[in-house]
Design a protein around this ligand. Structure first.
Ligand SMILES: [Zn+2]
Length: 284
């Protein structure tokens, strides 16, 4: 069962691809290419999955080195990822598109692969050298990890856990506005965990910091990987326990209790924030 049919849905099915590690990049038959956080697509089809001949055409036209890595087995193909650092125009057969727009336009299985590819591309790009001895890191031959000759411990892909919670009091929902939201939009409370903190501790701390209230009866609902850049959203419902709303005026610039029949503009349906709200409304 899928909670959403939209591209950035909350996911319950198994991954539609198999993570794949191989040092032989020549055996890969599909290629995903990123430039400055955007994805290269074949212009005629708008597809981000380039064939080997398309990838070779792009490489020879740009004549630049790539940071390349083994990615996944997907629909009977081995897929590789590549990061290019260029600031020149692409050949006319290609187009460079924002990741968010491409994700929304793809079938869900391909979107999940692209989500995975983007997060790994970001990790490879930011982990080229050892932070202890400054030598170039190399890929572990069989694991998704980077190693250094100096013996520093292996580095694994970065995932940043983030709690996101809908707080309710009776049928009312506590929704809040962050400074970067579109005019009029309110959403749930969210924040990153601190090292050494449990998910429950992080949730209560974030809620207290941002809107000043205490919560109880935490109930885990669903999760969503979010590739901007590497968040794992852990979605909860919580009951209001005590306290009046007191915003921090930094991460949150407005917050209020809303009745189901008098809601503000809500986040888009692709987000887990909206799913948490819709899930609660369906139970009212
Ligand atoms: Zn080192």
């Amino acid at each position: 069962m899928r909670l959403y049919d939209s591209t950035m849905k909350v996911l319950l099915d198994p991954l539609p691809f198999t993570p794949y590690v191989s040092s032989n990049l020549l055996e890969h038959t599909k290629h995903v290419v990123f430039i400055n956080g955007q994805v290269v697509c074949w212009a005629a089809s708008q597809s981000p999955l380039l064939t080997s001949s398309q990838w070779q055409m792009l490489q020879s036209a740009l004549n630049t080195e790539s940071l390349s890595f083994s990615l996944a087995q997907f629909q009977q193909q081995q897929v590789a990822g590549h990061v290019l650092s260029i600031d020149c125009d692409l050949p006319k057969a290609f187009v460079l598109l924002p990741l968010r727009a491409v994700l929304l336009s793809l079938p869900s299985a391909t979107a999940e692969l692209l989500n995975y590819a983007m997060q790994l591309a970001d990790w490879h790009d930011l982990h080229r050298y050892c932070g202890r001895c400054s030598q170039p890191l190399t890929d572990h031959p069989t694991e998704r990890a980077k190693v250094c000759r100096c013996g520093a411990r292996s580095r694994y892909p970065t995932i940043s856990p983030c709690v996101i919670v809908l707080i309710t009091r009776g049928t009312q929902m506590l929704l809040a506005r962050a400074p970067h939201y579109p005019e009029g939009r309110y959403s749930t409370i969210a924040g990153f965990l601190e090292p050494g903190e449990s998910v429950e501790q992080g949730l209560k701390r974030e809620v207290k910091e941002e809107v000043g209230v205490d919560v109880c009866n935490l109930q885990y609902k669903a999760s969503q990987p979010w590739p901007f850049p590497n968040s794992l959203m852990l979605g909860f419902h919580a009951d209001h326990a005590a306290g009046e709303i007191l915003i921090d005026n930094h991460e949150i610039i407005a917050a209020d209790w809303f009745d189901p029949e008098n809601l503000p503009q809500l986040p888009p349906p692709i987000s887990i924030a909206r799913w948490l709200i819709d899930d609660f409304l369906s139970s009212c």
